[in-house]
Design a protein around this ligand. Structure first.
Ligand SMILES: Nc1ncnc2c1ncn2[C@@H]1O[C@H](COP(=O)(O)OP(=O)(O)OP(=O)(O)O)[C@@H](O)[C@H]1O
Length: 589
């Protein structure tokens, strides 16, 4: 859909929603209220699971914290439900920070398991605290009221629920289209990629976790004042699983998926509860879970991405406008040509008994192109990891631009101006070429979560986009900024990685085996690109297995063998060196 058409459809949907109390029965409105509340939780999960790749079964527990916080404040302390909202947000936000700090270092299924553990722990805590009414819960929660007018009917709180939901969707949409949103989206590509872009992966994971919990807290607050009675049951593990199902069924990578998923599951649950007794009159309660599970398995088999992308696939695609030309981002300070830039002094790396890099030393000056070559297993990649901070040295010292960076984390080295590419290309395949390149400009821009969500970042964003466009053009990909990176052939993906690195305006560009796996024509195109960059005076360190590929490109070559430096010199001298011929050319090359 083009943006005009989607605006018309959006406006129509909002109009239909706004008029819903006029044409829907109270029961249907109550269902819509539940859908709205659940969609808020699912929206948090879209950000957390669909975007950032963190699976959580524990969102129901966060919803419970929000609900209990406001219920306690309004019934025990007698304060206004409107004060219950900030209170619910603070309590849930703090809870999420503590839990996130304790668990987000875990990976994959360990992290998912931990969410089940704390979800259960919170549920049982609700049931065992006397001040929270134990398993009987808290009743007589006051309704929301506006200037003495109590929002008692389902048609009144309806507006509050849907305004909060639409507001949360708008903030999320803005956020995803911002610098921090891109940082959230890159998390799925793994820590190595994320940190190489100068992004603090843990901080972004934690922030996403807290944002998801805050949306959930709002849902809990709405739920408490809508239902006016809460007990631990609606916040148990089953509900945690249902929320995850909502996000996945709707389409966990899409904001609209939260609403569609919440609607689908709520309506389905409702009709299953209505019709199941007719089919199985003697069945004990909760048989709908069995139906649900069966449907979920079918869904996982046939429409894993969810309903929204499935439907969107049938609609015509829109053509976004090319980013407008804008003032460039401020350039980095770079040392003058010929000044010492990188100094590796007796760098060593051991893996148990194996010395992968053994006291290797070399220097690199600004404006120079250095090739680091050697046969398989010589230690090139390990050396590369040491100087980009992807791996700590076991000994020795690395200095970059006059700073000792020996034990600095990868993101600090990236922020200092070292941009890298990967031997096994690391792009975000479902992001556009433009967004992938924008990731490279992360260290040159500043806007954070709040400025992004409130759209206060537009000026910086315009400049960053224009910069990313320039880099795409520089590498010859300027004609298709909105294509998905995953659609490109390997050779072009490598070129795109280089564009991403260039968007960082690097002081040093480090290329890890850029020619690996390329066909000869792709290799030729890459060679031309690198020659052009060389002419522009870029400082490049290139780690490469293919000796012929680097020979015409570099000023100097360092040859490694068995983890040690074998020799160093200009390409012609290296080519003539007998030791190199023996170790490399005559060997495995
Ligand atoms: N994480 C690791 N754990 C244990 N050993 C490792 C690790 N990484 C590398 N090694 C070992 O260190 C040695 C050097 O490997 P490295 O990958 O740095 O060589 P390379 O020159 O890049 O080789 P290639 O051209 O095949 O990529 C090899 O013997 C390798 O098996």
């Amino acid at each position: 859909m083009n943006s005009r058409m989607s605006r018309v459809v959006g406006a129509l949907a909002i109009l239909l929603l706004a008029a819903a109390p006029l044409y829907l029965a109270p029961f249907t409105l109550t269902l819509l209220n539940f859908i709205g509340v659940y969609a808020l939780v699912a929206l948090g999960l879209v950000l957390l699971t669909g975007i950032a790749g963190i699976i959580s079964f524990g969102q129901a527990a966060f919803m419970g914290i929000g609900a209990y916080a406001t219920a306690w404040l309004t019934t025990r302390m007698g304060l206004s439900p409107w004060l219950g909202l900030p209170f619910a947000l603070v309590v849930t936000g703090l809870g999420a920070m503590v839990l996130g700090a304790a668990t987000l270092q875990l990976r994959g299924h360990f992290l998912a398991l931990s969410t089940i553990a704390w979800g259960l722990a919170i549920y049982f805590t609700f049931g065992n605290v006397e001040g929270l009414g134990n398993f009987n819960g808290i009743r007589d929660i006051p309704p929301l009221s506006i200037g003495g007018w109590q929002l008692l009917g389902s048609d009144q709180i309806y507006y509050v629920i849907w305004i909060f939901l639409l507001g949360a969707m708008l903030l999320s949409r803005n956020l995803l289209d911002s610098r921090t949103g891109r940082a959230m989206r890159v998390l799925k590509g793994g820590n190595l990629l994320t940190e190489s872009l100068g992004i603090n992966a843990f901080a972004v994971r934690l922030a996403t976790f807290v944002i998801a919990a805050l949306f959930t807290a709002v849902a809990g607050w709405l739920y408490a004042h809508m239902n006016r009675f809460i007990s631990p049951t609606p916040f148990d593990a089953t509900m945690g699983i249902e929320f995850l199902m909502m996000a996945m069924v709707g389409g966990s990578g899409y904001l609209l998926g939260a609403v569609v998923g919440a609607a689908f599951i709520t309506l389905l649950k409702n009709s299953v509860q209505d019709y199941l007794p007719l089919i199985a009159p003697n069945a004990a309660g909760q048989l709908e879970i069995v139906v649900f599970s069966a449907l979920f398995i079918l869904f996982l088999q046939y429409a894993r991405e969810g309903i929204v992308p499935y439907v969107a696939g049938w609609l015509p695609e829109g053509k976004p406008k090319r980013p407008a030309e804008s003032e460039p981002l401020p350039p980095r300070d770079k040392p003058a040509t010929g000044e010492p830039l990188l100094s590796v002094d007796k760098a060593t790396r051991r893996f148990g008994g194996l010395v992968a890099v053994n006291e290797v030393s070399f220097d690199l000056r600004a404006g120079e192109i250095l090739g680091l070559i050697g046969p398989n297993g010589a230690g090139k990649s390990t050396m590369f990891n040491l100087l980009t901070g992807a791996m700590p040295v076991s000994g020795g010292r690395i200095t970059f631009a006059g700073r000792d960076v020996t034990r600095q984390p990868q993101r600090a080295i990236a922020r200092a101006g070292v941009a890298r590419t990967f031997q096994h290309v690391k792009l975000r395949p479902r992001m556009t070429l433009l967004d992938n390149v924008l990731l490279g400009a992360y260290t040159r821009t500043k806007s954070g979560f709040v400025t992004g969500a409130l759209r206060l970042d537009r000026e910086e964003e315009r400049r960053a986009r224009s910069e990313a466009m320039r880099q795409l053009e520089r590498v010859g990909l300027g004609d298709r900024p909105y294509e998905l990176a995953g659609n490109l052939p390997l050779g072009t993906q490598r070129v795109l990685e280089i564009a991403r690195a260039l968007a960082a305006d690097p002081v040093l560009l480090v290329l890890d085996e850029p020619a690996a796996g390329l066909r000869s024509r792709e290799k030729q195109a890459l060679g031309e690109l690198l020659h052009n960059l060389r002419k522009e005076g870029l400082t490049i360190l290139i780690v490469e297995h293919d000796m012929e590929f680097v020979m015409n490109l570099v000023d100097r070559i360092v040859v490694m063998e068995f983890g040690s430096k074998l020799c160093e010199g200009e390409p012609a001298a290296i080519r003539a060196d007998e030791r190199v011929q023996e170790a490399y050319l005559g060997g495995s090359a």
